[in-house]
Ligand binder design. Structure first.
Ligand code: CA
Length: 217
């Protein structure tokens, strides 16, 4: 009898230990996933930088899908989460469309340096200025256009702004930081949306966006 009781107790202890190890291993896995957060230091960010959930868009002002994402998904995200605490939203430049992407990125970084409060107004106005998608290969990001948008939406020094679009730019480093983050995070297409280190397969899948946010809130 005593032997049997001992066996039962030992079995219970063994099962409990296995369960504990299982839970610990799973926790470790979760921690590893969450450790892959992209750094949002120096990036325009809506909300608290230390929010529990960080949503990051890798976007390109020349990309029609980014404009579409900004018009269809972003307003839902803002209404559901960004107006509350605990969720932040950051934007990182991607340079997939050549010279115009670089020019638009330099412009946005110059605005963010000079007048960070106006960044999101400039950002939206720049996407609004993107022509209908069938004409997106036409050149539309020009120094003149950028100056016009900056003068309408920000209070930047326009001479400094124009300098930042050229060879004497003071924000080139910010653009190359973004480019580095794009490579590091294996961004393949725009927009790419990352939520607490998890890259979405389909940035237009709002249900998955909600699911990823809710699970970390
Ligand atoms: Ca940036």
């Amino acid at each position: 009898m005593k032997k049997n009781q001992l066996l039962v107790i030992l079995t219970i202890i063994a099962v409990a230990l296995i369960a504990i190890v299982f839970v610990l291993l799973n926790q470790e896995e979760t921690t590893v996933d969450r450790g892959n957060h992209v750094s949002i230091e120096g990036q325009p960010t809506l909300g608290d930088r230390d929010a529990k959930v960080s949503v990051v868009e890798f976007g390109d002002y020349k990309c029609p899908s980014c404009k579409q994402w900004g018009e269809s998904i972003y307003p839902q995200l803002k209404a559901d989460y960004l107006d509350k605490e605990d969720v932040s939203f950051s934007y990182i430049n991607v340079l997939f469309h050549g010279q115009e992407s670089i020019l638009a990125s330099l412009a946005s970084e110059s605005v963010y340096e000079q007048d960070p409060e106006s960044f999101w107004a400039f950002h939206k106005a720049l996407y609004d200025a993107q022509p209908a998608s069938q004409q997106h290969d036409d050149v539309w990001v020009t120094v003149e256009k950028l100056k016009e948008i900056a003068s309408e939406t920000t209070s930047v020094d326009l001479a400094q702004f124009e300098q930042d679009l050229g060879e004497e730019s003071t924000v080139l480093e910010n653009v190359s930081t973004d480019d580095g983050l794009v490579s590091e995070n294996g961004v393949q297409f725009t927009p790419s949306i990352m939520i607490n280190g998890v890259m979405l397969e389909d940035p237009f899948d709002y249900e998955q966006i909600q699911q990823l946010i809710e699970q970390d809130l």
